[in-house]
Design a protein around this ligand. Structure first.
Ligand code: AMP
Ligand code: GLY
Length: 424
């Protein structure tokens, strides 16, 4: 089979790597990919937002299965377009991709189906939003309705911050039309975790729970990033919490949608806040997480391609997911200055020293090849991932490997996985 993966990050390198393991895959394309994906497949220079270009490529190259990594093509309706041409693609259609594409839609669905989430109100006028804020206790969280590259949620400690957030999103239009409506929701404290499920609209298969590290510096300090590291399993999701996530979140959602004639097929990701063994949904994503995927797929023993095909065919019940029981941990190596301004084009040294190490994986993100060398080409550059028996052993394995890698300005968190230590 010919398979196309859309995207260029660590998640996509990992997806491509896992798909390539399948005996069914003969040829792998990645659009646009990175230096890492060019080592395992053929990079095709098409932007993930160029839906027309992607459809044409898939038709001309007779692609048997397409997998979209990032949210933009899904929210833009790529699944509807591919299916209208008879092309197979993994993911939800546009109407259900709204679970990520519109926070207002997602919150209203959660309220309708009784799914635990922070209490909220929706506003389309800044004055009314400010009136509401005056009646509330702090902190509060103000979110742009539409896609904002993970930057559209602002935690406000007091009234002034809330007013500024409302002005930023609604008046200054920092996120463009994504900020025409906002959600103002109560602040939830607790520990965050990510639970992703495969679903064909009927069967729901949760993957191993994981935990992202969004802030740039150790101990969750500094601004938010796309994710600086992750590990799985995340022990904050104990058996009680896991059952609640299934019974109180995914089942009511998938069943509720189906009753309305909407069949959700693909990957569904819940970003959760867990407090006193109770999970609350912070957000839904309609795709694989980054960097969560990089710690989930190395633990998956089953054939990913088969799982995806069965999802599309609504035969997921026939699949048996088999997991490697070991711990998996990912540390993201970032460019100097990221998540703010950063320079590109720095030579990456030492990769050959970690290539071939047992149970150690290198998933590229912002990388390119130039004159036989690897150079930096983005904010998040590399994902160093290790598998080992226990948490501490895995931390040591990954951080030891990182010592071999260098590029000017390199920085990374030194505490990935530490939040799980209290559960040992
Ligand atoms: P979101 O884009 O909705 O996932 O929000 C991004 C980040 O903001 C989350 O990962 C949390 O760290 C934080 N956040 C969002 N909503 C809340 C909330 N209601 N209470 C506390 N923190 C939140
Ligand atoms: N890890 C955050 C995300 O994928 O949205």
């Amino acid at each position: 089979m010919k398979v196309l993966v859309i995207g260029s990050g660590g998640r996509e390198h990992c997806l491509a790597w896992k798909l390539k393991e399948s005996k069914l895959v003969d040829k792998l394309y990645i659009a646009p990919g990175n230096a890492g994906t060019s080592l395992i497949g053929e990079n095709v220079d098409i932007n993930p937002q160029d839906l027309e270009g992607l459809v044409k490529f898939a038709e001309n190259s007779k692609i048997d299965l397409t997998v979209a990594g990032p949210e933009a093509p899904l929210v833009g309706g790529i699944v509807d377009r591919f299916e209208s041409k008879g092309l197979k693609i993994f993911g939800p259609k546009r109407d259900l991709a709204l679970l990520e594409g519109s926070k207002v839609y997602a919150k209203k669905i959660m309220r309708k189906f009784g799914i635990p989430t922070a209490d909220f109100e929706v506003f389309s006028q800044p004055d009314l939003a400010k009136d509401y804020v005056r009646s509330k206790r702090f902190p509060l969280v103000i979110k742009a309705d539409g896609l904002a590259a993970g930057k559209g949620a602002i935690v406000c400690k007091n009234r002034e911050e809330a007013y500024s957030a409302i002005d930023l999103i609604m008046t200054e239009k920092k996120f463009g039309s994504a900020g025409e409506n906002i959600v103002i929701e109560d602040f939830l404290s607790g520990e965050e975790a990510s639970v992703l499920v495969f679903t064909d609209g009927e069967t729901i298969f949760p993957l191993v729970p994981s935990q992202d590290h969004k802030q740039v510096f150790d101990e969750d300090r500094g601004p938010n990033t796309g994710g600086m590291g992750a590990y799985a399993p995340a022990p904050v999701v104990n058996d009680v919490v896991f059952r609640k996530i299934t019974e109180e979140i995914f089942e009511p959602l998938i069943r509720g949608l189906k009753k309305e004639g909407k069949v959700y097929k693909g990957m569904l990701y819940a970003g959760l806040m867990i407090k006193d063994n109770q999970p609350y949904v912070l957000e839904f994503n309609v795709r694989f997480g980054d960097p969560e995927t990089q710690v989930i797929l190395p633990k998956l023993r089953s054939d990913l391609l088969e799982v995806m095909l069965k999802t599309i065919g609504e035969d997921l019940a026939e699949v048996n997911l088999v997991w490697d029981e070991r711990f998996c941990l990912c540390v993201v190596l970032a460019s100097g200055g990221y998540p703010g301004k950063y320079e590109k084009g720095k030579v990456i040294k030492g990769l050959e020293k970690v290539e071939g190490l047992r149970d150690l994986f290198l998933f590229h993100a912002g990388t390119k090849r130039r004159d036989g060398e690897f150079i930096t080409a983005g904010g998040r550059v590399l994902n160093v991932v290790g598998l080992a028996e226990g948490l501490i052993e895995t931390q040591v394995k990954v951080y030891e490997a990182i010592k071999n890698i260098y590029f000017e300005g390199i920085h990374y968190r030194k505490d990935i996985g530490n939040k799980a230590l209290k559960y040992l």
